[in-house]
Ligand binder design. Structure first.
Ligand SMILES: Cc1cc2nc3c(=O)[nH]c(=O)nc-3n(C[C@H](O)[C@H](O)[C@H](O)COP(=O)(O)OP(=O)(O)OC[C@H]3O[C@@H](n4cnc5c(N)ncnc54)[C@H](O)[C@@H]3O)c2cc1C
Length: 473
């Protein structure tokens, strides 16, 4: 932890002199209403495991907060005892930074009890607590005709997903998730609960879209967006059809209106006993899509894909807001995960052929999910948060599931294969939430980083807060 001697943590009000580690943790336990887990607890081994179960973490304690007062008490305690604080709601974004986990030696704050969802349909806004997962907010909005900007998976926290950018089903129509944040309530690095809105322009810019390096967010106010009618679903073919599916995907996305979002998926399931028979040892090409509007228009737009022969399943139909998290059929349970991502300016014939060669053969690819997301539309505009905008047309992603460590080199090798497939169209950039273990320089420009570092100095002068995306690099 970086500390500034002129602003030593003992300046934090309401704290006694530092005690030894055990006494110190006891003093924290006395100040909070939530559950404080320490290595002495029988549940400790399970408590430290994040959603990405292959990321080993060695925190000093885990606090499951009951309310915002707990967060204030925790950060003040941590500043006083010179213990870093890292926020981890689900561990969906858990990763190593320079080979170590940000949770190592830190107090992990899980905003578990902050489950408020307060929807104002008239103003089309919602206050959402930091413990709320995407699927829970979707369920609360079901039947209202409005949605929040939700991604492919129902299990990340709304706050974690949105403050790291938020690339969602409706980004082409409504922009990145971070731009939809109206107000942020955050406990800063000195333990002060602040409400940050547009009147604090530089802070407001920084705390939306650059991750969680500035404090612990307790809740956010989000703009909701019209979605009176959503049509969508998932079409699946055997992977041998990938070349045709990719050609149709390129044709559909070349002229897609902003209301239509289509993501191409290639899935390779290992031949392991715990997978259901229908997918075990099999490989598929698929597209998942959503359309904000009438079914007839969606079907017309999707016709080139629907025309690809050999389809195994097709779930196309009306999509309830509460079911949006299921459209992409992603894994929701904790899993080991390794990640690849690169933004592509386009997909030309050479790139399409190379992708089919790299990932289109049954049983030959160790990456479980390869995804190509169509971007564009409103993602090129707005940019009022530190996330900025995305100029590129597509995002190429890979998720490897290293069920045993022995497969790690094969997955790494396959990621190199994705790099070479994307060689002529890849820009080398990757959005913040999808960086995996690669450096943040792939997303933040030096100018953006300098502004973020200044905001960090302002909100967390003692360097108490640690995140999976440290702005100092
Ligand atoms: C299968 C899968 C699918 C995904 N799909 C999408 C998608 O469609 N679109 C998209 O944009 N992203 C997507 N992501 C990325 C995911 O949204 C980010 O990793 C997000 O940061 C996860 O947030 P979390 O709170 O659930 O995870 P955590 O690991 O708990 O948190 C991740 C980071 O977010 C910050 N953070 C979380 N909570 C707070 C808080 N209360 N205060 C301050 N900082 C906080 C912290 O810096 C923390 O290190 C996906 C990830 C996975 C694994």
């Amino acid at each position: 932890m970086t500390t500034n001697p002129t602003q030593h943590p003992t300046a934090v009000p309401g704290q006694a002199a530092p005690a030894g580690p055990r006494g110190a943790l006891r003093s924290l336990a006395e100040r909070v209403s939530g559950r404080l887990l320490t290595p002495a607890d029988p549940e400790w081994a399970a408590a430290v495991v994040p959603w990405r179960v292959n990321v080993a973490q060695r925190p000093v304690a885990v606090l499951e907060t009951h309310d915002a007062h707990d967060v204030v008490a925790a950060v003040r305690w941590a500043a006083h005892h010179e213990v870093p604080v890292t926020t981890q709601t689900t561990g969906h974004g858990a990763t190593h930074v320079d080979g170590v986990s940000p949770a190592d030696g830190a107090l992990v704050v899980r905003c578990t009890g902050l489950t408020e969802i307060e929807v104002d349909l008239e103003r089309r806004t919602a206050w959402v607590g930091a413990g709320v997962r995407a699927g829970q907010l979707l369920a609360a909005l079901d039947g209202t005709g409005v949605t929040f900007l939700c991604g492919s998976n129902p299990s990340p926290s709304v706050v974690g997903m949105t403050v790291t950018g938020g690339l969602t089903w409706f980004g082409r129509a409504y922009g990145v998730g971070a731009d939809s944040i109206r107000t942020v309530e955050l406990v800063d690095g000195l333990g002060r609960l602040r409400r940050i809105g547009p009147d604090e322009a530089e802070r407001f810019w920084a705390v939306r879209g650059a991750g969680g390096d500035f404090g612990v967010i307790t809740r956010v106010e989000l703009a909701l967006h019209p979605a009176p009618q959503v049509h969508g679903g998932r079409m699946v073919w055997p992977v041998e059809r990938l070349a045709e599916v990719l050609a149709a995907f390129r044709a559909v996305t070349a002229t897609a209106p902003r209301e239509l979002t289509v993501w191409l998926q290639v899935q390779h399931f290992p031949d392991v006993p715990f997978l259901p028979e229908e997918i075990r040892g099999k490989s598929f090409a698929a597209v998942a899509y959503t359309f904000l509007g009438a079914e007839v228009t969606a079907l017309m737009r999707m016709a080139p894909l629907a025309g690809v022969a050999g389809r195994l399943t097709d779930t196309s139909g009306p999509v309830a807001i509460g079911a949006l998290g299921d459209v992409a059929a992603e894994p929701v349970d904790p899993t080991p995960a390794m990640e690849y991502a690169q933004l592509l300016s386009t997909i030309d014939d050479t790139t399409a052929d190379a992708l089919v060669e790299q990932v289109g053969t049954r049983g030959a690819c160790p990456i479980t999910i390869v995804q190509v997301r169509h971007l564009g539309g409103a993602l090129r505009e707005g940019g009022t948060s530190a996330f900025g905008t995305i100029e590129e047309e597509y995002l190429l992603q890979g998720i490897g599931i290293p069920a045993v460590p022995a497969v790690v080199p094969a997955i790494e090798g396959a990621f190199v294969g994705l790099d070479s497939a994307a060689a002529t169209v890849g820009t080398g950039r990757a959005p913040l939430a999808f960086l995996g273990e690669t450096p943040t320089a792939r997303w933040w420009s030096p100018e953006t980083r300098a502004r973020l570092v200044a905001a960090k100095q302002d909100l967390d002068p003692l360097g108490v807060i640690r995140s999976n995306r440290p702005v100092a690099g």
